[in-house]
Write a protein that binds this ligand. Structure first.
Ligand code: GUN
Length: 295
């Protein structure tokens, strides 16, 4: 039987409605409108389009978007000055610095300059540290990994006690996803680009997270029958039969893997939409904390 699709579009639409209702309630009962600031440095088309989508979704949920588009050659000092202004602005409840930053900028220092209580992207070094330590809670967890776990939860895929394999130790997805799964009681293996026997290790997984940035690398033989497969890849590959001349694919060979897996995220329409809506959810959480409604 083909895999059940973990539908990120439908799930994110449901969460979007929940967030929108929460925003409305916060407005009417407490007079607070959650505000999300996006900081984009330079002109990278992918980052511009991604930030644009985040602002649009923010507006659709009834929140205030604050967009700061900074020049490619901005200095570290100027960038951190902008972050300081946003930290001090009471209308801003969440701040996101779109990554990667241009090479001359120090990413760690910029992320550390975001106020912890506004770090809705969860990349502040202290939040990453808290995510990796037992018994500690980050103020926010990174949105794409959070989206992976949320999808598993909404489709009632058991995590506790299961074998999870994460392919790719990236800071944005692989590592934080691994930590979230570990905290939820999974037995964890993280694979590196130098890992030998990738296929053999992957086949042990009840939950397989593919974050290796290699189009369609995960084949059917890599997947344990019935496993939940989360694909966080996104690449354009040439396709003469497609209207635009390309097709968007993930890290998983979707057509083959869907015949073996129990659950599978499509690309597009899987983890991508989840990432943005969880950013909105984190921003609402931040505004609710400011209103004293939660710790
Ligand atoms: N670049 C790619 N994905 C992300 C993300 O989730 N957040 C930020 N800030 N930058 C990214």
């Amino acid at each position: 039987m083909p895999a059940q699709l973990l539908d990120g579009r439908a799930t994110s639409a449901a969460i979007h409605d929940e967030v929108k209702a929460g925003v409305e309630k916060l407005k009417t009962e407490h007079g607070i409108v959650p505000g999300l600031a996006t900081v984009l440095v330079g002109e990278d088309p992918g980052s511009k389009s991604y930030v644009g989508m985040k602002q649009k979704q923010c507006e659709k949920a009834g929140m205030h978007p604050f967009a700061r588009h900074l020049p490619e050659d901005i200095s570290q000092e100027e960038l951190e000055k902008v972050l300081g202004e946003l930290n001090a602005d009471p209308d801003v409840h969440g701040i996101l610095v779109q990554l990667p930053l241009p090479d001359h900028l120090d990413e760690e220092s910029a992320l550390a300059a975001i106020a912890l209580e506004k770090d809705v992207d969860g990349f502040h070094p202290v939040n990453i540290e808290r995510l990796t330590l037992q018994g500690m809670e980050p103020t926010f967890a990174p949105c794409m990994p959070l989206g992976c776990v949320e999808l598993l939860d909404r489709y009632n895929v058991e995590i506790k006690g299961k074998e999870a394999v994460v392919l790719g130790p990236s800071n944005i997805v692989g590592l934080p996803a691994a930590m979230l799964l570990l905290h939820r009681g999974a037995t964890l293996t993280i694979c590196h680009p130098h890992t030998e026997n990738l296929a053999e290790i992957s086949r042990r997984a009840d939950i397989l997270v593919a974050a290796i940035d290699q189009p369609r690398m995960v084949k059917a033989e890599w997947v344990k029958p019935g496993a939940a497969v989360i694909d966080v890849g996104w690449s354009r590959v040439k396709d003469e039969t497609a209207k635009k001349g390309f097709r968007v694919v993930g890290n998983v060979d979707f057509d083959a893997v869907k015949e073996v897996a129990g659950y599978l995220t499509p690309v597009p329409g899987g983890t991508g939409p989840m990432t943005i809506v969880l950013l909105l959810q984190n921003t609402l959480l931040s505004a609710r904390r400011v209103a004293g409604l939660i710790d």
